[in-house]
Ligand binder design. Sequence first.
Ligand SMILES: Nc1ncnc2c1ncn2[C@@H]1O[C@H](COP(=O)(O)OP(=O)(O)O)[C@@H](O)[C@H]1O
Ligand code: SF4
Ligand SMILES: [Mg+2]
Length: 351
Amino acid sequence: MTGLVEPYTPRSSSPPHARPATGAQPLLDVRNLSLSFTTAQGALPVTRNVSFSIAPGERVGLVGESGCGKTVTGLSLLRLLPTHSARIQGDVLFDGTDLLKLSPRRMRAVRGRDIAMIFQEPMSALDPVFTVGDQISEAYRIHFPASKAEGRERAIAALREVGIPAPERRCDEYPHQLSGGMRQRVMIAMALICKPKLLIADEPTTALDVTVQAQITDLLRSLSERTGTALIFITHDLGVVAETCTRMITMYAGEVVEDAPVDDVLTRPRHPYTSGLLRSLPGLSKRRGVLSSIPGRVPSPQAMPGGCRFRSRCAHAAPGCEQEQRMIALAQDHAARCWRAPELELPGAVN
Ligand SMILES: Nc1ncnc2c1ncn2[C@@H]1O[C@H](COP(=O)(O)OP(=O)(O)O)[C@@H](O)[C@H]1O
Ligand code: SF4
Ligand SMILES: [Mg+2]
């Protein structure tokens, strides 16, 4: 677990401290990452003090409704937001190096080689005028010296690894000749060609039909298991996280509100928002015969309430919730941003 977490003691007034010692150095340690955009009306804060860490090879789901700040968090880590309007503060320690302090040239070397990212719509990331083989080969040759012939061999091997049939032939095809699922496989091949330590997958299956979604999800999990590449799986679909990840981080209105092992959070979520998300998930909650949705909507950055940001939607709101909330450690590896979390008994998805 991670983040800047306050240990739970009743009526604790002690300051938050760094996460409990976990032994090994994390691969990625994000501390107090805050993002704001410059607008005509001034600075618009979008995320606030996002803190979490990821161990080598770990698979973490980053969940929350649309607009909670998942995508901008992924883009902030890789510094892929427009530099003229995005202001990023905090630390992004990757293998001990703060990515936010790297020169643009060194950051370009990290992108693609050490950390790769794939998106919902593969067509937007593929160039229509080059064959998929050329594009995968190029993704390798940007970072490592290799002849064109070697690049092609590597591209064919990568296509085979992501389950594309007849890779020697597919290698010479153009993106428009492939189905959506095949294009996403090509994107995964391209992302993994340099054997990155971390892959950030932002809603990689959302644009695909259900059967193909399951295949791509399985592929990402098995590739991560096989290669040891850590995974941040950004999704609004908690079912995907339950099947793919070992840890889940919930974001709400630009903040991390819960960070826990998947098995724990499915059975016993500690933040009312996570509980609400789990209860509105048909696949996981159908055995309980209960299906609810969370009333209201995520506040926009322009109209962010003070105190607990979930307050207007929370069935457990009480006096005290108008205070700013800190992450509280509730158990080994489990923390939530809610002062009532220690006393609340919240329903999960599995009983
Ligand atoms: N370039 C931008 N300028 C201003 N606001 C932005 C920009 N990009 C995203 N946002 C805002 O940041 C918030 C988080 O967006 P996003 O990360 O896309 O959410 P999610 O991926 O969780 O759906 C949203 O309110 C969105 O409108
Ligand atoms: S702090 Fe209060 S309003 Fe916020 S999640 Fe906890 S109980 Fe609900
Ligand atoms: Mg998004």
